[in-house]
Design a protein around this ligand. Structure first.
Ligand SMILES: NC(=O)c1ccc[n+]([C@@H]2O[C@H](COP(=O)([O-])OP(=O)(O)OC[C@H]3O[C@@H](n4cnc5c(N)ncnc54)[C@H](O)[C@@H]3O)[C@@H](O)[C@H]2O)c1
Length: 432
């Protein structure tokens, strides 16, 4: 039995879902094939994703493929209550999500979708997969595998795998080219700029905007902020903190893109707006708060709400009060006011100012999710190739197919290389 905030929002939510559906042609194509082939007949899929209109279309696609679908959010603030109400009212998907959850409510919803005893899990940030490996171990024998949506989730999975603790196969959807090149970069960019504008209504042109982390998310945000006329400063670290170039190389990339690259103590003194996009913790912490200008605005677009040390900011404040929706004011003892957007949670998804990524971006990301779920389902069928426990890359043909469908949806068709060109390229691969 679904649990949402306000079922009277169902009509509004249904309109939102219709709009998303009309702009997700790739999922529509997959859905019509799933309707015929029913790849998930007899399977239950439990999901923890930001529960808003685009996610609704993925859930409908899985349901059209014959799955029983149970959905919670992967963040206490990101549920769109209207979309959740519409999905629940349609009766095909069980929804356990609302915006503004306490931590206890958040975990009760994650546990509710696991009570359905899923065979396949879709996660965003690895909270659901983590529960399955800790307090919900008894569900493990039924699990075929999972899909993970974001960088932070993949980092957690890689740590579990390294410790020999990852007990089922997981597709690293985030690491597919059709995902991180588009979603992390262009999706986070547009939605973060949009959410900051909606939450604050201040002009971005002429502001000094500090972006911490020059990964795919950070570089997208920086480029769009530059386009809005902001003076963008990049903060990176001297070290390698993921399976990619080090912070040193990323700092160089930022420098050659024409950004000022500074350390956080230097940037803290000059920034008007700060955006963290690192996947790391205390990126803006107690040593930085005394350096900030009066009126500095802080926000985060990394997965967890640990990038800005809110507890330390609160401790350094003489009072804290809400200025407006999505903006809290932290009055400092020396008379300065520092603003924190959306409690330091994902600013681009925190309701009501965060609408999440543009619809077409999620068409690609969720097409990957749907096709990876299908691969997991196939692996469990008689004659299917069982997948080993561990983190798996999305197969290149699937990644390419999603890119091809996205291009086709935009009326772009590429020519295949000629036989001669293929042979020439292969001769290098063979080292001849
Ligand atoms: N807002 C969204 O909708 C959205 C979308 C996709 C991913 N994400 C999340 O955003 C975060 C970043 O994702 P990504 O794909 O860009 O990751 P990434 O690993 O490619 O990049 C992160 C960068 O941050 C740098 N960094 C780490 N600690 C730092 C510190 N203390 N100061 C400055 N820089 C630091 C790293 O060196 C790295 O270059 C992750 O948590 C990811 O899950 C959010």
């Amino acid at each position: 039995m679904s649990k949402v905030k306000d079922s009277s929002l169902a009509k509004k939510g249904a309109d939102e879902l219709s709009w998303a559906r009309a702009n997700m042609p790739v999922l529509a194509k997959i859905r019509s094939r799933f309707e015929k082939e029913k790849p998930f007949a007899g399977l239950t899929i439990s999901v923890a994703l930001h529960l808003e209109k685009k996610t609704g279309i993925l859930l409908e696609t899985l349901s059209a493929g014959g799955a029983k679908v149970y959905a919670s959010s992967c963040n206490p603030m990101s549920t769109n209550d209207a979309a959740a109400a519409a999905l629940a009212a349609a009766g095909k998907i069980e929804v356990f999500a609302w915006a503004g959850q306490t931590d206890e409510e958040y975990y009760s919803c994650l546990n509710a979708v696991l009570d359905a005893k899923p065979s396949i899990v879709i996660d965003d940030g690895c909270d659901l997969i983590n529960l399955l490996h800790t307090s919900r171990k008894k569900e493990l024998p039924k699990i075929i595998g999972a899909c993970e949506e974001t960088t932070t989730g993949i980092n957690r999975l890689m740590a579990m795998q390294k410790a020999g603790k990852l007990l089922f196969p997981v597709f690293a959807v985030n690491n597919a080219h059709s995902k991180f090149l588009l979603d992390n970069q262009f999706g986070t960019a547009q939605s973060t700029v949009d959410a900051i504008s909606r939450a604050t209504n201040v002009i971005l042109a002429g502001k000094t905007v500090v972006v911490a982390g020059y990964g795919w998310c950070g570089r997208g945000v920086a480029s769009r902020m530059k386009g809005m006329g902001a003076n963008v400063v990049i903060v990176e670290v001297d070290g390698t903190l993921g399976p990619h170039e080090s912070g040193l190389h990323r700092a160089l990339l930022a420098h050659y893109e024409g950004y000022r690259v500074l350390s956080m103590p230097e940037a803290a003194r000059i920034g008007d707006i700060f955006i963290t996009a690192t996947g790391n913790k205390n990126v803006i912490g107690k040593e930085h708060f005394p350096l900030l200008k009066n009126g500095a605005m802080l926000c985060n677009t990394g997965h967890f709400d640990v990038e800005i040390d809110e507890k330390a900011l609160r401790a350094s404040s003489k009072s804290v009060h809400a200025m407006k929706e999505n903006v809290m004011a932290y009055e400092q003892k020396d008379g300065r006011t520092i603003y924190l957007l959306s409690e330091g949670r994902l600013v681009n998804l925190a309701q009501p100012s965060g609408q999440g990524h543009p619809i077409e971006i999620m068409d690609g990301s969720f097409a990957l999710q749907a096709l990876c779920c299908e691969l997991l389902a196939k692996s469990s069928k008689t004659g299917g190739k069982k997948m080993a426990a561990g983190v798996h890359s999305v197969p290149v043909p699937v990644d390419d197919e999603v890119a091809r469908l996205l291009l086709a949806s935009k009326g772009i068709a590429l020519q295949e290389p000629t036989a001669e060109q293929k042979k020439y390229a292969e001769s290098f691969e063979e080292g001849t």
